[in-house]
Write a protein that binds this ligand. Structure first.
Ligand code: IPM
Ligand code: MG
Length: 354
């Protein structure tokens, strides 16, 4: 099990350290885990002058899975766009062909009060957002800023999807729905945008291969509203890169804390990049305050999706549930009456529970 480990920036190194301890438990219990570290994002810019340098590319290409902390920080915001940490993330997604981004929004029953929504609206919530990750307006050409014929400055991006791109992400989403409640909602803006009208047509066609899955369609504005109004109507949601970026942040807040949510980005051969859904939180970096659970839960997804090791995944998830049930909370999910712990202490507890 060759795993590249990219700590990244901000709280990245702290949360990755705790995830590495979880991997160490699995390794000492017999899994053939080998890890190799490399920088990504701002850390890579500092060391190599590029956010996704060749050194990191080599290690990531050779690995079967990549475990990532988070990238970004205010000190990099003034760099030229191609040098910014976010470009490192987009670069590795494109380089490794990680087109299928799985973002589960699962509410741990112990955290039902942490959501800003009423507990009855969110309790039992279990949504899987499948976001296309290597196409759409994020990568479409032409793009850029220019001066037009009238001498006025303008800027443009291109929203574009090919048939094969839509088809393959649709197959991933239907496949996941088949293993869950067999309900898939495809999100588009087909009333206005041709690309997404095309998206809807292809998804509807792929549905013929999955007669047991109940397919529905929502416009993205309505989907954003429905996610707040009645989130439990959803099982699996599939959508493009831009809409998926927005809806997955929205869905994460239903669960109370983005500090709990893992994610996987997979290519055609199940190679995957696993990372917490949250960012690098520069404001609390280095203070041992961060919540390592999303990263630890990302290790569970890594075991499940790349290595097909369901029992290791369940072992990690079970340990996290146990620690929450015992009342331990990092600051981001703390409520009165609970026991507040640091990032490293939360790591200790998960390791002990495993
Ligand atoms: C995400 C992030 C990234 C994205 C940024 C950091 C480039 O918001 O993973 O959702 O927009 O995809
Ligand atoms: Mg985002």
């Amino acid at each position: 099990m060759k795993i590249a480990v990219l700590s990244g920036d901000g709280i990245g190194p702290e949360i990755i350290d705790q995830a590495l301890r979880v991997l160490e438990v699995l390794r000492s219990d017999g899994l053939p885990i080998e890890t190799e570290s490399a920088p990504l994002g701002g850390a890579a810019y500092d060391q190599y002058g590029a956010p996704y340098p060749e050194f990191t590319q080599k290690i990531c290409r050779a690995a079967e899975a990549v475990l990532l902390g988070a990238v970004g920080g205010p000190q990099y915001d003034k760099l030229d766009r191609p040098l910014r940490p976010e470009r490192g993330l987009l670069g590795i997604r494109k380089d490794l062909g990680l087109f299928a981004n799985l973002r589960p929004a699962v509410l741990f029953p112990e955290l039902a009060n942490a959501s800003t929504l009423k507990p009855e609206v969110v309790s039992g919530l279990d949504i899987m957002i499948v976001r296309e990750l290597t196409g759409d307006i994020y990568f479409g050409e032409p793009r850029g800023m220019r001066t037009n014929a009238q001498g006025e400055r303008e800027a443009l991006n291109t929203m574009i999807y090919s048939e094969s791109e839509v088809r393959r992400i649709a197959h991933v989403a239907f496949g996941i729905a088949m293993k869950r409640k067999k309900k898939l909602c495809s999100v588009d803006k087909a009333n206005v945008l041709e690309t997404t009208e095309f998206w809807k047509e292809i998804v509807t066609h792929v549905a013929l291969d999955y007669p047991q899955v109940e397919l529905s369609h929502l416009y993205v504005d309505n989907a954003a509203m429905q996610l707040i109004r009645n989130p439990k109507q959803f099982d699996v949601i599939v959508t493009g890169n831009l809409f998926g970026d927005i809806l997955s942040d929205e869905a994460s807040m239903l669960t109370g804390s983005i500090g709990m949510l893992a994610s996987a980005s997979l290519n055609e051969s199940k190679k995957g990049l696993y990372e917490p859904a949250h960012g690098s939180a520069p404001d609390i970096a280095g203070q041992n305050l961060a919540n390592p659970l999303a990263t630890i839960l990302s290790v569970a997804m890594l075991m499940r999706y790349t290595f097909n090791n369901e029992s290791a995944a369940l072992r990690i998830e079970g340990a996290v549930k146990k620690v929450l049930a015992q009342g331990y909370r990092t600051a981001d999910i703390f409520e009165t009456g609970m026991k507040k712990v640091s990032c490293t202490a939360m790591g200790d507890l998960v390791v002990a529970a495993m």
